[in-house]
Design a protein around this ligand. Structure first.
Ligand code: NDP
Length: 425
């Protein structure tokens, strides 16, 4: 056993630092974020689309409920649970857990996306009014919020039956509000069905592209054909989702899977925030159509391409390095040793800034907002929120890496002084 992991193992989970504002954050965030989702959807369809308008554009109670919404939402989750269980694709092992074991995960999310795509085309071909998702967005978001609370409650209660080595180090503080929010159990499973892994990349992420497509179909209903701006937003975000599912195995080494417990923060993020807040640009374009010049289209496509290139190359480089440091694509990169036995890359993408993958992600985020023009702030909500999220996430990751790697991390920070933006931050 090496010194740092020994120290980590011996550290009581009750004395870990609290994140997201501690108990106060755990009380406020579960109230504030669901209201934000409903508010943003509501504002995106108002003619003014102003987040600062007073009184704010709030949904009425009738707009929040439609009996079709729970049927569609639960049906969608059930469909993806079935697709998860499909015996196709390979089975991959996660990183080694604290008890020395490794969990197995089915890598078939991309198959799930393809099957969903075929089913959707079939429904549209048969005349299903996909554009009606525009009217259903608020009730669907309400149901996703309700499901997030119910699932988080279930996860919190069942975590008391989990053995102590199965609990997340940061989610077992003894404060029920905080633990409910941050997540107690690291990898809750029903049999072989991994609830966190399932929610991370499937119903919410694929749901996001379906909602986008629904907005595109609504535009077709209203104006006869989809606008270039709508096609750009749909294509960019579909590429992002398809990429995440194509590289599904890489999620097994991310903070969400390796470090964070499965509680309200991740459940709500996966099932409600991603599909309903990330589809805001498409929802906005339905009511606020934009005309783009050819030059603008070329610039936006190029920007998304650059962002995607940085994002994909840097994520693949680190993933390859973590899985097989002797692989020819990474073997020649300069690295530094750490006391844990793992090495850190100090050249290649990870020698440019300490989080090149976040840089690429943010460049893409900007490209997703630009098709919506400059008349409103609302479509830029995503890029603003995402910058804050990734700066905060980078800070959390730095603290974990400093605790894990100590002096080696300090050396890495000296060698690579910028966190996300070269020469800026
Ligand atoms: P990262 O993929 O950035 O992983 C961070 C980990 O990488 C560290 O904890 C460390 O883990 C390892 N690492 C850090 N520096 C080095 C180095 N120099 N050499 C080798 N390994 C290093 O984590 P995230 O999960 O935050 O991000 C994954 C992707 O998901 C990103 O592209 C991000 O933009 C995206 N993302 C998207 C979100 C969205 O809502 N769209 C939300 C969150 C993330 P260790 O050493 O233990 O391996």
């Amino acid at each position: 056993m090496r010194p740092n992991s020994q120290a980590l193992k011996q550290k009581s989970s009750h004395d870990t630092e609290r994140e997201f504002g501690g108990t106060l954050g755990a009380i406020c965030i579960p109230g504030f974020l669901p209201l934000t989702v409903l508010f943003l959807i509501s504002v995106s369809r108002s003619p003014e689309a102003s987040v600062l308008q007073w009184p704010p554009s709030l949904p009425t109670t009738e707009q929040l409920w439609d009996p079709l919404a729970p049927v569609l939402l639960l049906g969608w989750i059930a469909l993806h649970a079935l697709l998860y269980l499909m015996p196709v694709g390979k089975v991959s092992e996660g990183l080694v857990l604290r008890d020395g074991t490794r969990l197995k995960y089915p890598i078939n999310g991309f198959h799930g996306l393809c099957v969903s795509g075929v089913l959707l085309l079939l429904f549209v071909g048969l005349g299903a009014p996909l554009g009606y998702l525009f009217e259903l967005m608020l009730p669907l978001a309400m149901c996703a919020i309700a499901v997030s609370f119910l699932l988080s409650g279930y996860l919190y209660v069942r975590s008391f039956w989990a053995p102590s080595h199965a609990l997340a180090l940061g989610g077992n503080t003894g404060n029920p509000l905080y633990d409910f929010f941050i997540g107690r159990e690291l990898n809750p499973r029903i049999g072989d069905f991994d609830l966190k892994y399932f929610c991370e990349l499937r119903p919410g992420l694929i749901g996001w592209v379906v909602i986008n497509l629904g907005m595109l179909m609504k535009e077709v209903d209203l104006r006869g054909s989809p606008s270039v701006a709508m096609i750009l937003v749909n294509s960019f975000q579909l590429l992002y989702v398809a990429d995440a599912l194509w590289n599904e195995e890489a999620v097994l080494t991310t903070m969400d899977i390796v470090h964070d417990g499965f509680g309200f923060m991740l459940v709500f993020g996966d099932l409600a925030w991603v599909p309903f807040a990330y589809s805001l640009q498409a929802a906005y374009l339905v009511v606020h159509p934009q005309t783009l010049s050819n030059l603008t289209v070329v610039v936006i496509v190029a920007l998304n391409g650059i962002g995607y290139y940085i994002f994909r190359k840097s994520n693949s480089q680190k993933n390859q390095f973590r899985r097989d440091p002797s692989h020819p694509s990474v073997a020649r990169l300069e690295t530094i040793a750490t006391a844990t036995g793992k090495r850190l890359l100090v050249s290649g993408w990870w020698g440019l800034v300490r989080h090149p993958n976040y840089l690429g992600d943010l460049v893409m985020a900007l490209a997703w907002s630009l098709p919506c023009g400059f008349s409103h702030l609302l479509p830029y909500f995503y890029v603003i929120y995402f910058t804050i999220l990734l700066i905060h996430r980078e800070d959390r990751d730095e603290r974990q890496c400093r605790a894990k790697y100590g002096l080696a991390w300090e050396t890495y920070c000296r060698r690579v002084p910028y966190r996300i933006f070269p020469y800026i931050y």
